[in-house]
Design a protein around this ligand. Structure first.
Ligand code: IMP
Length: 192
């Protein structure tokens, strides 16, 4: 089946393709020549994922899904959450975002955090939401060079390394997006 992933982020497509069966042909927005950014104007992950999926479905009529992810830090009342990408400003700079988190977490002993991904899936015009969560903690300083975004400061529970220090294969198995993807695969299999 042909499925559009409403994203411009090649890292996410690489991660996802590792988990999807070959029967699912994934295309992203760059491949479709759709270069404009879809504004994320909602104030929840669910709202933004639905907005992006609906936008592309209305334009193409194709089966589509969109994601939105947030890093939710307990001691910061769930921040940066839905504002994760632009936490330190509109240029979406990962290094600046990390700096801001570490500054806000100075002297804070409760380091609990989670990544949460929401997938909004529109198949044959029907909307379905799927969620993936990974719990962990915020490190005191960045560690590792793999991955992207907040990976260098997030240590998943049960690990001593950050997401930026483990392999992409391992991250995909346990991550928020990995879990949401497993649910996506199960959902699509149940339909056939
Ligand atoms: P978005 O849902 O792709 O807009 O992601 C929101 C923010 O979370 C961006 O700043 C991303 O860099 C960050 N983010 C999303 N997924 C991950 C991840 O797997 N690791 C680290 N940061 C992530």
């Amino acid at each position: 089946m042909k499925l559009i992933f409403a994203t411009h982020n090649p890292n996410k497509v690489i991660e996802l393709n590792k988990q999807l069966p070959s029967s699912i042909a994934l295309s992203d927005l760059l491949e479709l020549g759709f270069n404009e950014e879809i504004p994320e104007t909602e104030n929840t992950l669910e709202g933004n994922a639905i907005l992006k999926a609906t936008y592309i479905y209305d334009k193409t009529g194709n089966d589509v899904f969109a994601d939105d992810t947030g890093l939710e830090i307990e001691a910061l009342n769930g921040e940066p959450g839905v504002f994760s990408a632009r936490y330190a400003g509109n240029n979406k700079n990962a290094t600046e975002n990390i700096k801001k988190v570490l500054k806000n977490m100075e002297g804070v002993t409760n380091r609990k955090a989670q990544f949460r991904t929401v997938f909004a899936l529109i198949i044959a015009g029907k909307l379905q939401l799927l969620e993936g969560v990974i719990k962990g903690s915020i490190l005191k300083q960045p560690q590792g060079d793999n991955g992207f975004g907040y990976d260098p400061i997030f240590c998943p529970n049960g690990y001593t390394q950050s997401f930026a220090e483990i392999s992409l294969d391992e991250k995909s198995k346990i991550s928020h997006r990995g879990i949401a993807t497993q649910k996506l695969v199960a959902f699509l299999k149940n339909r056939t």
